[in-house]
Design a protein around this ligand. Structure first.
Ligand code: ADP
Ligand code: GN1
Ligand code: MG
Length: 364
């Protein structure tokens, strides 16, 4: 795809050594435009991650980047204190020549990160061990954030995981039906309505103070953690755009939603989509082993609901976007968001069928 901006000229605004070599699309995120930039620095190829920030969603880039700056600095100090390598174990912002954390070219906002080499993000779980390691990494990250002063952070996307608000937005999209697609997805709309009791399961517990509001990642899918190619360990949690007040149940739940799917998030053949209980158990073990000290008993009991609710909410968001004309998540084909929504609804059905087992696994 031909981009409408010059990578060479954008990258020349950042403190990057060497000569521009190339830049190509990278990764499978749904929100930002991500590229891998290659520079030649004295005969050595050096890579960077260049991102065009989704300004439609992140309307206040200054605040977004301030959050990321604070979190990455905090992470860096912790890695240094543990004798680790901060260039590999956390995101590092590369500043502009003017010392800013992002560059605005008059139309778009860009940022650059140090490229974490010899590590990989996966789109599906290749084996239980990887998934276990991702759970440990996200559990450790939750522990790290437990020491972070929440009052410093802007709530960059308010109500991000407020499932009641998501449901209200969904209802409004159904009612407006601006693309005339509602009739075609009547069955899915009815399914969402029939399960609307799920909306209250987590947000209401936060509202009543039953479980605490914490600083959480809020987007803990497998492709937002980098696993070291040599050791298989989760080395760095990335995609920090949504670090905000949230719940451990959201973070646990979102990982389960994505990783315990026997098929891809956008698998069009629904007969291939199953909830993998064994992987759920694997992730639970890894997460609890790492998050151990910080989690409360009530949060622990609500982890399985976190999985169901996050999957329900995400499916509802995909369906909302389908009804609104595919304006939020990046799509690559017709009905892409609808395929995504259907996989999520199938997973919720599967989870509810084994919910007692999911709960029993936590209590063991
Ligand atoms: P989005 O918000 O669109 O999901 P991400 O920040 O998650 O964007 O980046 C998309 C993908 O780019 C990631 O899944 C990962 O594969 C890759 N990526 C992002 N940051 C880095 C990094 N610092 N080093 C190496 N790869 C990265
Ligand atoms: C988006 O940015 P990415 O691709 O990691 C979305 C998440 C969804 C996810 C579904 C900021 O995540 O909330 O759960 O897609 N991020 C944002 O795959 O909306
Ligand atoms: Mg991502």
């Amino acid at each position: 795809m031909q981009e409408e901006f010059s990578f060479h000229s954008i990258s020349s605004n950042f403190k990057i050594a060497g000569k521009y070599v190339s830049c190509e699309r990278y990764g499978e995120g749904h929100i930002n435009d991500t590229f891998r930039l290659t520079m030649n620095d004295g005969g050595k190829e050096v890579h960077y991650i260049l991102q065009r920030i989704n300004n439609r969603l992140f309307t206040d880039v200054e605040k977004l980047m301030r959050n990321i700056e604070l979190v990455t600095e905090f992470c860096r100090e912790s890695v240094l204190a543990h004798g680790g390598d901060p260039l590999r174990e956390c995101l590092n912002i590369v500043r502009t020549k003017e010392g800013k954390t992002y560059y605005f070219d008059g139309k778009d906002y860009f940022r650059v990160y140090v490229f974490i080499e010899n590590a990989t993000t996966y789109q599906t779980v290749r084996n239980p061990r990887d998934f276990y390691e991702s759970a440990v990494a996200f559990g450790n990250f939750a522990n790290l954030l437990a020491g972070f002063d929440a009052s410093q952070l802007y709530e960059i996307l308010p109500d991000f995981h407020n499932t009641r608000v998501r449901y209200a937005n969904f209802m409004s999209a159904v009612q407006k039906d601006i693309c005339g697609r509602a009739n075609e997805v009547r069955e899915e709309i009815d399914w969402v309505n029939a399960h609307s009791d799920l909306c209250e399961k987590i947000v209401d517990k936060i509202a009543t103070g039953e479980i605490p509001l914490r600083v959480t990642h809020n987007d803990t899918k497998l492709n937002n953690v980098m696993l070291d190619d040599a050791t298989g360990k989760g080395i760095a949690v990335i995609d920090l755009d949504t670090v905000m007040p949230g719940s451990l149940c959201y973070d646990f739940g979102d990982s389960i939603r994505f990783g315990c799917n026997s098929a891809a998030e956008d698998e069009p053949d629904i007969s291939k989509v199953h909830f993998d209980f064994d992987l759920y158990k694997t992730y639970l073990d890894g997460y609890l082993s790492a998050v151990g000290k910080s989690i409360t008993q009530r949060e622990k009991e609500l982890l399985p609901w976190g999985a169901v609710v996050m999957t329900y909410e995400c499916g509802m968001r995909f369906l909302t976007d389908y009804l609104e004309g595919d304006v939020y998540f990046r799509t690559h084909r017709e009905r892409h968001n609808l395929d995504r929504a259907r996989t999520q609804f199938k997973l919720v059905d599967d989870m509810l069928a084994v919910f007692d087992k999911m709960l029993a696994a936590v209590k063991m």
